[in-house]
Ligand binder design. Structure first.
Ligand code: G
Ligand code: MN
Length: 271
């Protein structure tokens, strides 16, 4: 990226996250997480989006990376967490039932003891039961102090909140993390879920991970599901839940409410 564009963005992000992120154009979009067999939405992932009044849409990968470098990614994570918890009632009304709400948390923050208090505060007045909240630990930073991270993770889980490992198999140290942390859900990175195009290698790999998850009593979500052939191949391997453009793009709460109103989902027998 051009250096002056980058420094302009740094300044804009620093200003936006020092004040009210919503006023500076930050918003939360939701992408469905769907049972492959019947296409019922079982959860949504809350994703930060930024449309600056002058600059326009900024790619999330870029603003997350800059926020991370500025040491401000926690402010962004907290904004999304609070919005997503507060918006749970509208989500429930849109889907006609409760869905799980996934929120991203940078791995670097797990060793920060204040994370548990932030989660407790977001849930305190929110219309979301702790059992419906899933924190996705993203691979964007190293865990500074693994033992402290374990303590924080255990405290958060004692509230009934679940933990997911995001982009599994793409980042660094993923196996170590799986071993060290009490993980409930694995989100398989899109780089290994294209099992339909590479049945020999990718499918074997995916199958082995599914076996591991079953043994460890973890759920799995396949990311980056983009075609029917891929969804079918994943389902045949025993992966029952997916996320990706085929199953639904991220959309604002207003868009989501509107699209559910126009195409109401049948009540699932078992969600
Ligand atoms: O790191 P994580 O998996 O949480 O990132 C989610 C990001 O991936 C979102 O910004 C979302 O827009 C994008 N995304 C979601 N589904 C797909 C998909 O099917 N294909 C691609 N290329 N990107 C996706
Ligand atoms: Mn995620």
């Amino acid at each position: 990226m051009m250096r002056d564009l980058r420094s302009t963005l740094q300044k804009l992000i620093a200003d936006a996250l020092a004040g009210d992120p919503a006023a500076a154009g930050f918003d939360v979009h939701y992408q469905p997480i769907v049972r492959l067999e019947n296409r019922v939405t079982v959860a949504v992932e809350a994703l930060a989006r930024w449309s600056h009044p002058r600059v326009g849409e900024v790619c999330p990968r870029i603003f997350v990376e800059i926020a991370e470098q500025l040491g401000l990614v926690g402010v962004l994570d907290n904004f999304v967490l609070a919005r997503a918890c507060a918006g749970a009632e509208a989500l429930e009304a849109a889907y006609g039932r409760e869905v799980d709400v996934h929120v991203n948390v940078s791995a670097g923050r797990l060793s920060d003891a204040s994370l548990d208090a932030v989660v407790a505060e977001a849930l305190e007045w929110a219309p979301l039961r702790p059992g419906r909240l899933v924190l996705e630990i993203t691979e964007t930073a190293q865990i500074a102090d693994p033992r402290a991270a374990l303590r924080v993770a255990e405290r958060i889980r004692a509230r009934g909140v679940r933990l997911a490992l995001d982009d599994f198999a793409a980042g660094f140290n993923w196996f170590r993390r799986l071993h060290d942390l009490p993980i409930d859900i694995l989100k398989l990175d899109a780089s290994i879920t294209h099992v339909e195009s590479d049945p020999q290698h990718a499918a074997l790999f995916c199958k082995a991970l599914l076996t591991l998850c079953r043994e460890l009593d973890m759920r799995i979500v396949a990311e980056g599901v983009e075609s029917e052939a891929q969804a079918l191949a994943l389902e045949q391997l025993g992966c029952d839940v997916g996320q990706g453009y085929l199953l639904g793009r991220p959309q604002s709460l207003a868009q989501l409410v509107e699209s559910q109103r126009r195409a109401p989902q049948r009540m699932p027998a078992v969600a």
